[in-house]
Design a protein around this ligand. Structure first.
Ligand SMILES: Nc1ncnc2c1ncn2[C@@H]1O[C@H](COP(=O)(O)OP(=O)(O)OP(=O)(O)O)[C@@H](O)[C@H]1O
Length: 472
């Protein structure tokens, strides 16, 4: 598992072709490097470039994908085999640090000590028999999530949404909410997103004091596909070390897993493989599985994953989206319609789900309340056409009462976030699950029927709404 850097083996070679991130290498004598193994390329004084071997072309040629920019690289550059996959630094020394996909520090801090333990980024998932199931609820303080899509301690949750519906804001809020009250280690993988967001996160974490327990791994959108493709694996290697060697609980956050799939698609195209459905790589399902299956809880230590997933063109049937969704315990679906109405967080209460929402896991009261909330909002949606044509007044008394309660529930499930305070001016709220359940039950039972809808919009618990009502 954890190991020192592999020593060079025989089989030095030279670069024979450079096509962007794709490198063809001639191995002059000795064995070819294995698929998945990494080679080091040096060209005079230029920085060392790492590349991962992807195919064996013939008895003496391999094709590799560079993990770093290849600008300036020339044919004839010297290639040295390392005899293993990429080895990245792990353990206490990387806490509070920012690494790139190849495990180099990228935060202008001091270099890592020479004796830092290293781990390979490519590894098999733990055996099924060693994995423990996730059945403990991880309370986030975000009403709509805790009530309708509870997250599992040691489970996987994904936030799905099209462009600009609030995925990043939600993941950042979860980091704030969970990491600050959480005693484990957090590992954040920034994959294919804007570098600006990464730097903002670094600053935020430094200010809030969680950075000392956090490792950041970035392969952002300006980096070559190999880096974006391997950044999540590097983050996993760091997380696995804390889980397996140190027995610590780990919170693994990834923004954005779709970009990992997209990078894999670029790599596949660069290697000349025929595309499959919707232009994706033929290996889509196995690539997603290779990542997701490694996120597992073993023995006493849990890895809890929160992943943001971009949904291209808001198409939830996209093969990348469905491939990722299949691995999740909790699916948080963000809706453009709700975001347009300012209903933040724009979590769609009907489309979102969680395997934990079972009376045997969360308890009878929670499961029943969630079910009633869902049914009421769903019924309101069914009535929407009639309402937009004829108005609420034309509904029957029972439907009208349900519609009014559904609108109040939708507003009560909005919540100001700490991370948006800077531009909304409203401080964030964290609500205990018991208060969320009590608030929803009160609305469902008609206790708030004569409250104006606005009194429930962007509040914490029902007491706050009551106080707001009394003050108005
Ligand atoms: N909880 C919220 N409260 C208030 N505003 C929000 C909230 N969530 C999102 N927004 C608004 O929506 C904008 C887009 O959010 P965000 O960057 O999280 O979207 P995204 O889905 O990650 O987008 P992209 O796919 O472009 O990365 C924010 O800049 C903010 O104006």
């Amino acid at each position: 598992m954890t190991d020192t850097v592999p020593t060079a083996t025989d089989g030095a070679g030279r670069v024979t072709a450079v096509r962007g991130a794709v490198l063809d290498i001639h191995i002059e004598d000795g064995d070819l490097p294995r698929i998945g193994h990494v080679v080091e390329i040096t060209d005079g004084d230029a920085a060392v470039i790492l590349a991962e071997v992807q195919s064996h072309l013939d008895r003496s040629h391999v094709r590799a994908i560079a993990l770093m920019p290849t600008g300036g690289l020339r044919r004839g550059a010297v290639v040295r085999q390392t005899g293993g996959p990429v080895m990245v630094p792990v353990g206490d020394a990387v806490l509070g640090r920012l690494l790139d996909a190849a495990g180099r520090v990228a935060d202008q801090g001091p270099p890592l000590p020479d004796d830092v333990p290293r781990a390979p980024i490519l590894r098999a998932a733990p055996a099924l028999a060693d994995q423990t199931a996730a059945t403990d609820v991880f309370e986030t303080g975000i009403k709509v999530i805790d009530l309708l899509t509870p997250l599992a301690h040691g489970g996987k949750a994904a936030m799905f949404g099209g462009a600009g519906v609030g995925k990043t804001v939600l993941v950042m809020e979860l980091i704030q909410a969970m990491a600050s009250g959480y005693q484990g280690i957090s590992v954040f993988a920034g994959i294919g997103e804007r570098s600006r967001e990464g730097h903002e996160l670094l600053l935020d974490m430094r200010q809030s004091g969680v950075l000392a327990r956090t490792v950041l791994v970035f392969g952002q959108m300006n980096e070559p596909p190999g880096a974006r493709w391997r950044a999540p694996m590097t983050a996993l290697a760091v997380a696995e070390h804390f889980r397996d060697v140190r027995g610590r609980n780990v919170l693994l956050l990834m923004d954005n897993v779709f970009r990992f799939v997209q990078a894999g698609m670029e790599v596949s195209g660069l290697l000349g493989r025929l595309p499959s459905r919707v232009g994706y790589q033929p290996t889509l399902a196995s690539e997603v599985a290779a990542l997701q299956e490694r996120i597992a809880s073993v023995g006493g230590a849990a890895v809890t994953a929160i992943e943001a997933v971009y949904v291209p063109a808001d198409d939830f049937t996209d093969p990348a989206v469905t491939a990722i969704a299949g691995h999740m315990d909790s699916l948080v679906v963000l809706s453009r319609g709700m975001a347009a109405e300012g209903m933040y967080p724009a979590v769609d209460p009907i489309a979102s789900s969680s395997t934990l929402l079972d009376p045997l896991i969360v308890g009878e009261l929670h499961a029943r309340t969630a079910e009633r909330v869902r049914r009421t909002i769903e019924h309101y949606r069914e009535l929407q056409d009639v309402i937009s044509l004829l108005g609420m007044e034309e509904l029957g008394a029972e439907d009208r009462r349900l519609a009014e309660r559904a609108r109040r529930l939708q507003r009560f499930l909005t919540q100001p976030f700490t991370v948006t305070e800077a531009f909304t001016g409203t401080p964030g709220r964290s609500v205990r699950l018991a208060d969320t359940i009590a608030g929803c039950r009160a609305i469902l039972d008609g206790d708030c029927d004569d409250w104006p809808e606005d009194s429930l919009y962007m509040v914490g618990d029902l007491e706050e709404a009551r106080a707001r009502l009394a003050a108005s």
